[in-house]
Design a protein around this ligand. Sequence first.
Ligand code: ADP
Ligand code: MG
Length: 698
Amino acid sequence: MDIWATDVFNLSKMQTRLPKDVFESIKSTIHTGSKLDVSVAGIVAAAMKDWAISKGALFYTHIFYPLTNITAEKHDGFISVQRDGSAIAEFTGKALVQGEPDGSSFPNGGNRSTSEARAYTAWDVTSFPYVMETDNGVTLYIPTVFFSWTGEALDKKMPLLRSNAAMSNAATRLLKLLGNSEVATVNSSCGAEQEYFLIDAEYAQSRPDILLTGRTLFGRPAAKGQQFDDHYFGAIPERVQVFMQEVEERLYRLGIPAKTRHNEVAPGQFEIAPFFEAANVASDHQQVTMTILKNTAKKHGFMCLLHEKPFAGINGSGKHVNWSVGNATQGNLLDPGDNPHTNLQFLLFCGAVIRGIHIYGPLLRAVVATAGNDHRLGANEAPPAIISVYLGKQLEDVFNQIKQGLVPSSTPGGKMNLGVLTLPEINRDPSDRNRTSPFAFTSNRFEFRAVGSNQSVSGPLIAMNTILTDSLTWVADQLETNLSNGKALDAAVIAVVKEIMEAHSAVVFGGNGYSEEWHKQAVEERRLLNLRTTADALPILKKESIKELFERTKVLSASELESRFNVYVEQYIQVIEMEAKLVISIAKTMISPAVSRHLSELSTNITNLKQIGIESEFALSCAKTVASLTKQMMDSVTELDNALSTHHFIPPEEHMEYCAKTLRPMMDKVRKYADALEGEVADDLWPLPKYQKMLFIK
Ligand code: ADP
Ligand code: MG
């Protein structure tokens, strides 16, 4: 209680520092989504400045969320020099509400020309300002949206706010049709579980691949990986726990409710999860969490890796985005309760999700398409790139009964007999969990498990909210028709759910999502798409149906969507090409010289032995192996180098395809020979710290 949210200018601080009417106006904007009254901005700004200065801040910044996965900030001082040469601290309402950073250097995907640099930031009242203390001092952070001179969103926050409003409208209409007279604003919520790796910083310093790309481009798997299953939920190493506690304390100060911490599956891998919050706030908080993980790691001699696949051969990292929708009057709209089969509201909202994911599953795949995430999705790792929905045994059963026109019933979870008298009676959940599904229902929310560990959660949240908006609108239309045809409410609802299941049950899958059979069945029988790489998935954003979806719901205009496509394509190509260049330079300037030294030691040894009359066949065969692997590695490097100089791509799709299908396999080939060499060359000569050292924190 002493530290919770002490660094946040939240409602309780506003209440003590603002006149009552101003406070009520701000509160109403936050709680009901009413328009911000700018006339109060000057008063709020002055109070905010006084508070920030009392916390030691001399500067403020509008923090914003451009299309990269990181945040951006430009700091301005409160200082204002007067005519007489004296200085005062000043923060006007205008400076609070609107900022104008130079926008020209942020990715905009071509929705304006290079000369049009004007871009604005505007205060998002729904996400509280806070002060952050770094080695460089204390700064006041004001979360903002970021848009161009023409009013187009250049960021991830504006569309998230729009998608939330659209979803709220559609949900409200449906809730009213269901007979609710009082319906509060509906909001989406998000609880994001963050997986990450920690390694000792000193090793990272000797690995240009980790420093530049966040992952190891070379590295032979250690003899011990995750095969013993001894890391997951294991005792947290002491040094790591000290690190985690500092992270948590810093998060608490910022009002970020860190709640869960544990070891993950791979050695050196951990997880942190907060208690869920309103999606917009959760998204800002998630971004801060990533920043704090990285910064705090440095202080403890670690490097925190958020890349989706830092190490080959062991699990990568994801970010499980738990998502639900609800409001103050009806509660969580995805809560099935004890009797889901009679819970009309739940059946419709959950049915709407099923329909939406069936129609727009490929969009969900596209919003998690990044170069890093390609190593998980569609590779030999969880979850698969095919987007299906896991409902759990009980719900799958209820929805199937409705599909078949039966009078539905729900199988309760019941009690468990553990055969030990002293243990209390334990309740069994009505359904098990499924770890192989990319989109799984868990108790009262969906868990989107395909999101990359390094990604902003906004993109996935925007997609889920927008898809749901579209589906809820369809559901409300159908329900309205059924009701006006004289059907009773429950019959009308069941008829809509039946129609959904008849058309969309192909997306519901409760089995093993990793299996070969599923991949075959999903694609061949159920007609679901298996978009393995970013090059396959991103073009979905160009589909007419997706453009219409975003336009209809007013979440993204056609040009905003197109600019996103362009930016993400460019990012993908840049990452692959940077990695390819680094593969070449590390092979040439680090590995090859080490191998030469090793070979010359070997050959000296062979000659010396010969002089004293010993014929070492072993040394000779080692030398031959090393020489031949080196030749193969360097041939592959040349091949990659030549391939990198091809530059004539007209549509960007072609360039992406080239990166995915030509460059990536060539990089893997260089790695294959280099990793084999790592197993041959003397340990003290090998220039890159090995997996064995990096993965097991002492
Ligand atoms: P898991 O067992 O899936 O790893 P965790 O406890 O690590 O579970 O994380 C679950 C996340 O889901 C937490 O962030 C939690 O707050 C969040 N969550 C719980 N209920 C909801 C909900 N209704 N909407 C959104 N997120 C939720
Ligand atoms: Mg978890």
